[in-house]
Design a protein around this ligand. Structure first.
Ligand SMILES: C[S@@+](CC[C@H](N)C(=O)[O-])C[C@H]1O[C@@H](n2cnc3c(N)ncnc32)[C@H](O)[C@@H]1O
Length: 296
């Protein structure tokens, strides 16, 4: 459950701060590489890139408060991106909350040399109808898209459209907890749940694996029972890999997932990068490997 402070800001756990640190590390590497593509300082020796953008589809409250110490502020994803050097050619922020969009708009004063645009609305509509059309594959532009929802708000159709544009890398914080919560414990999921999961994950074939009915052989008391994947034993890692497998159908390269866990060690989200570029994924895996070594 999300908690909010007196100004409507999020109150977040340690894992959320770690997610933002991983984002900042990747943005630095990404922006360095992309900036070189705009000059002759790249392996081809020729500038080929016109512009590159940071797109934050769930911009958030700009600053949140730490759950462990509510007097401590944590800089959110818009600030991490705006502070990145070299700067991006534009920063495009989306949020459903008018108050949060207003807060992002105020950042123009703090960052007068950054080109900031904002949209208030459902990011699925904004991305598909207004943003992706600005960066077609022929445009010599690229974008880094951060998808950081509270739950299951990113439609698979949006991910598909981002992949098809061929200009976007997506950094997704996939809510494994959101999926687990939807899966009933004692019965197969109803049509509504299946539709919801299909909308978010693109496929629900895997649901049959979890809830499959015993075959005739397995019903026979004397038969050797095959080990079954069951609802009670579903691991967050398994759901993360499932989502990654889906992403691999759309993007040529997908990083490993890193599981973001709360203070009681429950996995909440799986963070990963999907890209058409091999180097992007290698850099992400290096950053994730270093993080995992520190947190083990
Ligand atoms: C987890 S917070 C984002 C945190 C932010 N990325 C950060 O790290 O500082 C999720 C945000 O998504 C917004 N939101 C919820 N549903 C949305 C939707 N369908 N489209 C766009 N924004 C949405 C909420 O208002 C909230 O600000």
């Amino acid at each position: 459950m999300s908690r909010f402070g007196s100004e409507g800001e999020d109150i977040v756990g340690r894992w959320s701060e770690e997610k933002l640190d991983l984002l900042a590390q990747y943005l630095k590497a990404y922006s360095n590489i992309m900036n070189n593509q705009k000059t002759s300082n790249n392996p081809t020796g020729k500038p080929w890139l016109r512009a590159y953008y940071y797109i934050d589809a769930f911009a958030g409250s700009v600053k949140s408060k730490s759950k462990e110490d509510e007097s401590r502020y944590i800089e959110g994803s818009p600030l991490r991106a705006l502070q990145t050097e070299p700067k991006f050619d534009g920063y495009w922020f989306v949020d459903l909350s008018p108050r949060r969009v207003e807060r992002v708009n105020q950042l123009r004063e703090e960052f007068p040399d950054r080109v900031i645009e904002t949209w208030q609305g459902n990011c699925n509509n904004v991305l598909c109808n207004e943003i992706i059309t600005r960066i077609p594959s022929s445009s010599k532009q690229r974008a880094f898209v951060f998808l950081d929802p509270y739950g299951l708000q990113v439609n698979w159709e949006t991910v598909r459209r981002l992949a098809e544009a061929r200009t976007c890398d997506i950094f997704v914080n996939f809510s494994v907890m959101g999926v687990t919560r939807l899966l009933p414990k004692n019965q197969s999921p109803g049509t509504q749940v299946i539709e919801q999961l299909s909308k978010v994950m693109g496929s629900t074939d895997w649901i049959n694996q979890i809830y499959r009915l015993p075959t005739e052989n397995q019903l026979n008391f004397f038969s050797i029972q095959e080990p079954q994947l069951r609802r009670e034993t579903i691991q967050p890692k398994w759901l993360a890999v499932l989502y990654l497998e889906q992403l691999k159908k759309l993007f040529s390269h997908v990083s490993k997932p890193v599981l973001m866990r709360n203070s009681t060690n429950s996995a909440l989200y799986a963070l990963c990068l999907a890209s058409h570029n091999k180097t992007a994924v290698k850099i992400t895996n290096d950053i994730f490997n270093r993080y995992e070594k520190l947190t083990v």
